[in-house]
Design a protein around this ligand. Structure first.
Ligand SMILES: Nc1ncnc2c1ncn2[C@@H]1O[C@H](COP(=O)(O)OP(=O)(O)OP(=O)(O)O)[C@@H](O)[C@H]1O
Ligand SMILES: [Mg+2]
Length: 507
């Protein structure tokens, strides 16, 4: 007898429907899986056999062939255990085919029949909804994640025996109902608050501008000046995510298997700070079965690279294309995959190997050649993509011991939110979400300058030798500064502030 059960494969971030066909025929008892399965899927046969037996059901002593269609998509991971087991139960008349019509199944089986967590439930549930499948059977642990998709009946399965009883109509598993009480969410907690950081007012202002428009930042300064501290406080002033953004980010974490067990939906912008020993694939994504890299895990949030020159040149150059395109394309023999990677790029570095070049009180021991070599580890094209270059000098004793607290992050965040709200209205109905996302066309339409402004930019371009990209980046930055000021027009002062964030001093 032939049974058909619907399941799902993941290609990058997108789900693709997979039909699991199970055929039983007379012959030597065996279970063979065909249809481009990987090792984990092949091992499924052993898990399915043991799980069925240990759930008090009968594993048919027949020749069983499982086909995963379409055969040209690679099937990875253990999520096909559950649909294969259901297919075997139907093919051996231990469940009725009508019971699985219009439903999708995913889940890994333990040898004792319990159903275990699988990665990527959110994109799978999204696909089901798209394909007008109204019921999805998932591991009980993953039900809250699947329930994020509206209009889907989520059946949480704990055990294969329980599922068999449900499919035989003996004991129904009630659908999962999400707990939507917002008070059940823990309030966000931040590692550091801007109020605790003494002095550095101009850096805080620059970070506020960056957060408001999603601009890239590079901080340069001597050791102990507070660069890492400032960067780590950044999440406390980032604007909240919209529901769509939350879902986008959660999909990526779901696929990477990084969703915390009790957090079905990621509500706070990610802040990723990988160590400089990270591999190229770890940063931009890749691997045999391509996984999202740090730049995709930082989607809609911040990617912070501390000690920037220590990252290998090849690793850093890998950032150039995603910073411009807001996505990364990974090529494999089987085709290309795209992961979203729209992140705010933040970096920190010392001005030279000893760290004190340009410090008024501490002599730098590096030769000019060493400094130049050090700074050249970061290529011109990468620097050109950074809108805000900011020097972080040492804070003096008086400032550091000042008991007064600075402005709290909450207050800064409120201003950032106001500026973002203006941008949200500006870009309503477009795929853009903040000023940094604008392309040349939007810049031309939205960032109009008056005569004085045009003169100022012309002079700056000549003096600083700026590229066309730098020109566009200045206009976008000026737009954000104007938004923070609640100004409809870009005034000369906004433009002047944007220009002074461009780099000027190179050895
Ligand atoms: N402006 C400041 N206000 C309060 N504390 C500060 C400030 N700057 C530095 N500190 C203190 O100094 C410590 C070191 O700062 P941080 O690690 O941020 O320096 P850094 O600029 O990243 O140095 P490095 O270049 O060596 O990485 C902080 O953990 C904090 O305790
Ligand atoms: Mg540091």
């Amino acid at each position: 007898m032939l049974a058909k059960v619907t399941s799902c494969a993941l290609v990058g971030l997108e789900g693709v429907i997979v039909e699991v066909e199970v055929d039983t025929s007379r012959g030597m008892p065996s279970l063979v899986i065909v249809g481009l399965p990987d090792a984990a899927v092949k091992e499924s046969s052993e898990r399915v056999r043991a799980a069925i037996k240990n759930s008090g059901l009968v594993f048919p002593g027949k020749r069983i062939t499982v086909n995963l269609a379409p055969a040209d998509i690679r099937k990875a991971g253990p999520a096909y255990d559950l649909p294969i087991a259901v297919g075997v139960l139907i093919a051996s008349e231990q469940a009725w085919p009508q019971a699985v019509e219009g439903a999708l199944f995913v889940g890994e089986l333990s040898l004792d029949g319990s159903v275990r967590h699988v990665n990527g439930i959110l994109p799978i549930a999204a696909l089901a909804h798209q394909q007008s499948i109204h019921r999805i059977f998932v591991p009980a642990a993953d039900a809250p994640e699947a329930a994020l998709i509206d209009g889907l009946e989520v059946i949480p399965v704990e055990h294969l025996g329980q599922l068999a009883a449900h499919l035989q109509g003996l004991r129904t598993i009630p659908p999962y109902t999400p707990n939507l009480d917002p008070s059940s969410l823990p309030p966000p907690s931040y590692a550091a608050d801007f109020a605790e950081i003494k002095g550095q007012e101009h850096v805080k202002r620059a970070l506020e501008v960056a957060a408001a428009g999603g601009h890239n930042v590079l901080m340069v300064g001597p050791p102990g000046a507070g660069k890492t501290l400032l960067a780590r406080s950044m999440p406390s002033i980032l604007p909240a995510m919209t529901v769509e953004e939350s879902l986008e980010v959660t999909k990526i974490y779901s696929i990477a298997g990084l969703l915390p067990p009790d957090t079905p939906l990621i509500r706070h912008r990610p802040f990723r700070a990988p160590h400089h020993t990270i591999s190229h694939a770890g940063l931009v994504g890749g691997g045999h079965w391509p996984r999202p890299g740090e730049i995709s895990l930082a989607h809609r949030g911040v990617l912070f690279l501390d000690e920037l020159p220590e990252f290998g040149t090849r690793t850093l150059e890998g950032l150039r294309q995603p910073i411009e395109d807001h996505k990364v394309v990974i090529s494999r023999a089987t085709g290309t995959l795209t992961f979203p990677a729209n992140f705010m790029f933040m970096a920190a570095m010392n001005p030279c190997p000893c760290g004190y070049y340009g410090d008024p009180t501490h002599e730098c021991t590096c030769s000019l050649a060493t400094i130049s070599r050090y700074q050249k580890r970061i290529s011109g094209p990468l620097l050109d993509r950074i809108d805000i270059h900011i020097e972080v000098p040492r804070v003096d004793y008086e400032k550091l011991t000042d008991e007064r607290l600075g402005e709290r992050s909450e207050v800064i965040r409120a201003r950032v939110e106001r500026a973002r709200e203006i941008q949200r209205r500006r870009f309503a109905g477009t795929p853009l979400s903040c000023n940094a996302d604008m392309g040349p066309t939007e810049v031309r339409e939205i960032c109009q300058l008056d005569e004085t402004g045009r003169g100022l930019v012309r002079a700056a371009m000549q003096q600083l030798g700026m590229s066309a990209r730098a020109f566009h980046r200045i206009l976008k930055l000026a737009r954000t500064i104007a938004d923070l000021a609640g100004s409809e027009r870009i005034e000369t002062a906004h433009l002047a502030e944007a220009i002074q964030y461009r780099p000027r001093r190179q050895v």
